[in-house]
Design a protein around this ligand. Structure first.
Ligand code: ADP
Length: 394
């Protein structure tokens, strides 16, 4: 089955073409465009390229197009990208302004160019569909809750991949299969051995998720991807009273406060150096105290959220690190896991230092009760797998 994954930014269009079957996913081609003003031109150019390179006879040979949609109003899951999806994206365009309009336009363009090819949307919130009301509700008035203000959770594709892959690595095939079928069959009842995972996606944007027997029980990200851990330029958790106070004291508008919290906060705001952890680590080497503070706040926040899920799940069998920072920064991984020996976490310093990006690794010592894993993120592949499962099941 040939599955095309379209990754749409407000001014970019990236794609990957996979050839999938039940056990394998081969990437046939990838490409992208920057400074995009018209997705239709990109789609035409992409199809010409894919046909020219011999990957396809024509666009109609594609079995499905998958979209990593972010946030839909009253809609989540892995679903046919139809009018309902467009309406859901429109309903929350203010909350995800960089993503929702781009995906709505992209889905429409594909519908026009390749009307016979099925389109599937995998919402980043999908993995959190089974959180309990206690986990997803904020303590706000009913009228606010009626607007859909609640915790949704994001990075769902990445955390679901971690759920599946960690189960495979730890030999729990029952959980792995449960995760594979999650968006097709739902979670159902679970009676196997427990597998509680603290999944840390640490990259340009970061989140921690508690995964119990393959199902997410909570998320650090909230109503928008703005919540939870400090991100590259974004604030993460902030007491809501800070916004009206700052608007009054600095004489700025809510829109300006929102811009500063989105663009000038997070690791950039704290360090004053960069939004990139590599630059911040260099500045730490040079003795920059604010750079050190930025990383310390990030580590503290990861421990805060991981600790919360550890408590809620009554323990953990594994801690997983994924994405740019999680896969590359051995010092940060060691700091996150420091002092947890009494809980059963024992890092193997050599294995930790040796774990490199793009390679899976177990970085805990053999007798560590809680295993610590590094699992490379590959979001396009995750989406391709979900789209494949969805199309095959329909
Ligand atoms: P994104 O989250 O932006 O899609 P990534 O998951 O690749 O992409 O994460 C990017 C982040 O990974 C960068 O902002 C950078 O801070 C971090 N990163 C990459 N390499 C390293 C490294 N060697 N050490 C620390 N951080 C790194």
């Amino acid at each position: 089955m040939k599955i095309l994954i379209a990754n749409l930014g407000s001014t970019s269009f990236k794609y990957r073409l996979f050839d999938m079957d039940d056990s394998n996913a081969a990437q046939l081609a990838s490409g992208g465009y920057e400074r995009v003003t018209d997705y239709t031109n990109c789609i035409e150019d992409m199809l010409e390229t894919l046909v020219g390179e011999g990957h396809l006879q024509s666009g109609e040979e594609i079995d499905a197009v998958g979209f990593k949609t972010v946030l839909g109003k009253d809609l989540s899951g892995c679903v046919t990208a139809d009018a309902r999806v467009l309406e859901a994206l429109e309903g929350f365009k203010e909350v995800a302004p960089a993503h929702n309009p781009a995906y709505a336009t992209g889905i429409r363009c594909f519908a026009e160019k390749l009307p016979t090819v099925p389109r599937v949307a995998l919402f980043e919130t999908a993995f959190y569909q089974w959180m309990t009301p206690a986990a997803y509700n904020y303590a706000i008035p009913q009228a606010w809750r009626d607007l859909g203000i609640r915790r949704y959770g994001f990075h769902g594709a990445s955390h679901k991949f971690v759920a599946e892959r960690s189960a495979e690595m730890l030999g729990n095939e029952v959980v792995a299969e449960r995760v594979r079928q999650l968006y097709v069959d739902g979670p159902g009842e679970y009676e196997g051995a427990p597998l509680r995972v603290l999944s840390c996606h640490l990259g340009g944007s970061s989140s921690v998720t508690g995964i119990q027997n393959g199902v997410a029980i909570g998320a650090s990200m909230g109503f928008s991807p703005q919540g939870g851990l400090p991100q590259n330029n974004r604030v993460g958790d902030l007491d809501s009273m800070a916004i009206p106070y700052v608007c009054k004291m600095l004489g700025i508008s809510v829109e300006e406060a929102e811009r500063q919290l989105n663009k000038e906060s997070g690791l950039l705001g704290l360090s004053g150096v960069s939004n990139d952890a590599r630059d911040i680590c260099e500045a730490i080497e040079a003795g920059n105290e604010n750079a050190q503070l930025a990383i310390d706040v990030l580590i503290d926040s990861i421990r805060h959220w991981a600790g919360s899920f550890f408590f809620k799940m009554g323990g953990a069998e594994a801690i997983v690190f994924t994405a740019g920072i999680g896969e590359n920064d051995a010092d940060l991984r060691a700091s996150v896991c420091a002092g947890l020996e009494d809980l059963g976490v024992q890092i193997d310093p050599l294995a930790n230092a040796k774990a490199i990006r793009g390679a899976e690794g177990i970085i805990s010592s053999p007798d560590s009760k809680i295993k610590v894993l590094v699992i490379p993120a590959n979001e396009e592949l995750v989406i391709a797998r979900e789209v494949f499962r969805k199309v095959k099941a329909s």
